[in-house]
Design a protein around this ligand. Structure first.
Ligand SMILES: CC(C)(COP(=O)(O)OP(=O)(O)OC[C@H]1O[C@@H](n2cnc3c(N)ncnc32)[C@H](O)[C@@H]1OP(=O)(O)O)[C@@H](O)C(=O)NCCC(=O)NCCS
Length: 165
């Protein structure tokens, strides 16, 4: 990990349109469970088209190496109390973030998380929230997200985090 950090790494971050989706799917699907690649394709198609959300792609040497998705007005988790529901109404929701394994630990995800913040500010939203199974500590340590609660979906417990902007 530390050796990669010494190498300056510069990739291009774009806000994708529907014309970017086919190549993004081809480049990024290899790190995904084959049973769920159709879900990924459906998701990035929707996020590249609809005005209430965005698909960000990181490109390096003509290949896509990472993606992140964000949406305005996602529904709060089912068990949320009224205070949480009201808070999240005015927050964007980060719904997907992945960097291909050979490009990790070079700050690519950090650039995409930064892009979430820019997008949320551009849409006059007060913050960002995410749900994660394993990366709760990471969001808190690297990006100053705070714990908001937990939610259980299909018997999998996940953490809800948020960050005011
Ligand atoms: C989590 C993930 C997106 C990080 O991508 P990345 O490009 O390697 O992240 P960065 O290089 O921007 O790292 C930012 C910081 O997080 C640290 N970090 C990176 N991956 C980490 C991991 N898996 N666990 C803990 N810390 C991690 C880096 O060391 C760096 O910290 P530092 O600046 O204090 O050294 C990537 O590992 C990934 O795609 N994982 C699989 C999908 C996933 O878990 N997505 C998150 C969904 S909630």
């Amino acid at each position: 990990m530390s050796s990669n950090k010494l190498i300056p790494f510069s990739c291009q971050i774009i806000s994708a349109t529907c014309q970017d989706v086919d190549q993004a799917f081809q480049d990024l699907k290899r790190d995904m469970n084959p049973d769920f690649v159709h879900v990924f394709l459906d998701k990035i198609q929707r996020y590249s088209i609809k005005p209430d959300r965005a698909l960000f792609l990181a490109k390096y040497q003509r290949k896509y190496i990472a993606f992140a998705t964000i949406i305005n007005q996602a529904q709060a988790p089912e068990e949320s109390d009224q205070t949480t529901i009201q808070l999240l109404e005015n927050y964007a929701c980060g719904t997907g973030l992945m960097v291909l394994p050979e490009f990790r630990h070079r700050g690519v995800a950090s650039q995409l998380v930064k892009q979430w913040e820019i997008w949320a500010r551009q849409h006059s939203l007060a913050g960002i929230w995410v749900i994660t199974r394993q990366m709760s500590d990471w969001y808190q340590r690297c990006f100053q997200y705070s714990l908001l609660g937990t939610t259980t979906r299909r018997r999998v417990k996940k953490t809800i985090l948020s960050k005011a902007l």
